[in-house]
Design a protein around this ligand. Structure first.
Ligand code: ACO
Length: 321
């Protein structure tokens, strides 16, 4: 029988250290007022020396497995969305497999910047629908504190570190719960709007994140708006059918722009950007974990996730929990 993917476990991990806007203002020409009014951010978690994409992703994965009532032995594939892996290889996913005690199945990383979790969840959905995989661990884990230029006030104030994970399991297509549709896009001609200057294969570069903030903002509002329409049209649904928006957490003004388009009241939008800042590929699973665990999002509700990131990459996942 044809398969559908159901989200059955949720987990998150945030490093202990919290850096407030006020603390940043002691070292940079910025202020809490500037950061808050333009982005909604008040604080971010920052990795300690022991925290990496692997260690944080492993903790989030363990919590998601516990929620699902499954063990690592039940997992067939580990997919990790990250732009900040511990090493060029082995992949973070493979390192997490080892940390979880798995020597079976397979794992690989997905590089789609802030849209990474959407890309990874769509990949897991395809594996499950094809019948190749029964249970997937999908993780977003990022340490942007190691790629931002802490002297560039235009970018460093926007980001934070953390990891989030979901367990996705196969169910029969007749089940009304599960992923209804996924839509992915990328356009490399806009790559110079948001990028990291260099990597291990390219010497003599800074390795820092660079961004044209205004252009990214403009693209985000336009592309995320059309993503929302694309996701709902594909299922013959309308804005009124959406119970929850769980967006990538880059900037409260971008989030509010999409919510307004959907006519969704603020209490139907999951927001963590105020406390987490932008944790890139980790932001959606962290937000999902928070809202499922505190009882806001209930079984059977329709959840729309969307993201845009460096590439540019963008996309959506529509799921009935
Ligand atoms: N504190 C104080 N002043 C600052 C700071 C800061 N942290 N950063 C920049 N400024 C100054 C600039 O130097 C500039 O000063 P000037 O006018 O004297 O030259 C002034 O503030 C305005 O700068 P802009 O960059 O034009 O400010 P803008 O109003 O566009 O806001 C922001 C910048 C918040 C980055 C906005 O463009 C934005 O949110 N863009 C979206 C980008 C984003 O969210 N990226 C995340 C990654 S992509 C993603 O996840 C979707």
């Amino acid at each position: 029988m044809a398969k559908r993917s159901r989200l059955v476990g949720f987990g998150g991990f945030l490093p202990e250290r919290v850096v407030t806007n006020e603390e940043l203002a002691t070292r940079l020409a910025t202020s809490d007022e500037w950061i808050r009014t333009r982005t909604g951010i008040t604080q971010r978690h920052v990795a300690g020396p022991e925290d990496t994409a692997t260690s944080m992703g492993t903790r989030a994965a363990q919590r998601a497995l516990e929620y699902a009532g499954l063990s690592a032995q039940d997992i067939d594939v580990v997919l990790v969305a990250t732009s900040t892996p511990d090493q060029a290889f082995p992949a973070t996913a493979v390192r997490i497999q080892a940390a979880l005690g798995m020597t079976h199945g397979f794992g690989f990383d997905i590089a789609a910047a802030c849209s990474g979790f959407i890309f990874a969840l769509a990949t897991a959905d395809s594996f499950i629908r094809s019948g190749q995989v029964r249970n997937a661990l999908v993780i977003g884990s990022e340490v942007y504190s190691r790629i931002v230029d802490w002297e560039d006030r235009g970018t460093c104030v926007l980001f934070g570190d953390g990891a989030g994970a979901v367990v996705v399991s196969a169910t029969d297509e007749s089940d009304s719960h599960g992923i209804l549709s996924t839509h992915l896009h990328s356009d490399g001609t806009t790559g110079d709007l948001l990028y990291v200057d260099g990597a291990v294969g390219q010497p003599e570069k800074s390795g820092h994140l660079k961004m044209s903030g205004r252009d990214v903002f403009r693209h985000a509002v336009a592309k995320l708006s059309s993503s929302v329409d694309e996701a709902l049209n594909a299922e013959g649904l309308t804005y009124a059918d959406v119970d929850w928006l769980v967006p990538h957490q880059a900037n409260i003004r971008i989030i509010e722009g999409v919510a307004k388009k959907l006519s969704l009241p603020a209490e139907r939008v999951v927001v963590t950007v105020d406390r987490h800042a932008n944790t890139s590929a980790a932001s959606i699973p962290l937000a999902l974990d928070e809202a499922v665990r505190d009882g806001r999002i209930q079984k059977g509700e329709l959840v729309l996730m969307e993201a845009l990131g460096g590439g540019l990459t963008w996309g959506s996942v529509l799921v009935r929990l």
